[in-house]
Design a protein. Structure first.
Length: 161
């Protein structure tokens, strides 16, 4: 269960997702938080703006953590994110040894929303993070914020039509 402080980190992820949408990108945002609760790094999706389909915020944070944190610091950290990691990002998370993940909306929710919106499936199968990184502590979805994320995805899908 997430605390009020952790809910604040999750709200920041939704703000970053909204920022991504404003710049024409898919609405995803993530925050890397140290064991003491301090925010270390944050990012938003940059796929459309950069032309590189791997520019997901979770992947960027995993790379940042690998370059800037010790293995023990990475293991004690938490990644907060607006949407459950895709398999690529989950693998990066696992390979660099990051700790817990807290997500606002699940891969299953996103798949359902995309189907409802007629937006089509992504090129990579969506699955729970723990299918890629077994034993990882994962919390989510967060119902208090998931509707906001759904609305961001709805607005993105409408732009594509």
């Amino acid at each position: 269960m997430t605390s009020d402080v952790e809910l604040g980190h999750s709200r920041r992820c939704v703000e970053l997702a909204a920022e991504a949408l404003r710049t024409g990108d898919e609405p995803f945002g993530s925050v890397l938080v140290a064991s003491d609760g301090s925010r270390l790094a944050e990012d938003r999706n940059r796929v459309s703006s950069g032309g590189d389909a791997t520019l997901h915020p979770e992947f960027a944070l995993a790379r940042w953590a690998a370059a800037n944190m010790t293995p023990a610091e990475r293991a004690a950290a938490t990644v907060f994110t607006s949407g459950e990691h895709c398999p690529m990002c989950a693998a990066a998370h696992g390979w660099v040894g990051l700790g817990r993940i807290v997500y606002v909306s699940s891969a299953a929710q996103l798949a359902g929303w995309l189907a409802e919106l007629g937006a089509g499936a992504p090129p990579v199968r969506m699955m729970p993070v723990t299918e890629v990184v077994p034993g990882l502590v994962v919390e989510g979805p967060l119902p208090d914020l998931a509707d906001e994320v759904r609305e961001l995805h709805r607005r993105f899908a409408l732009r594509r039509d």
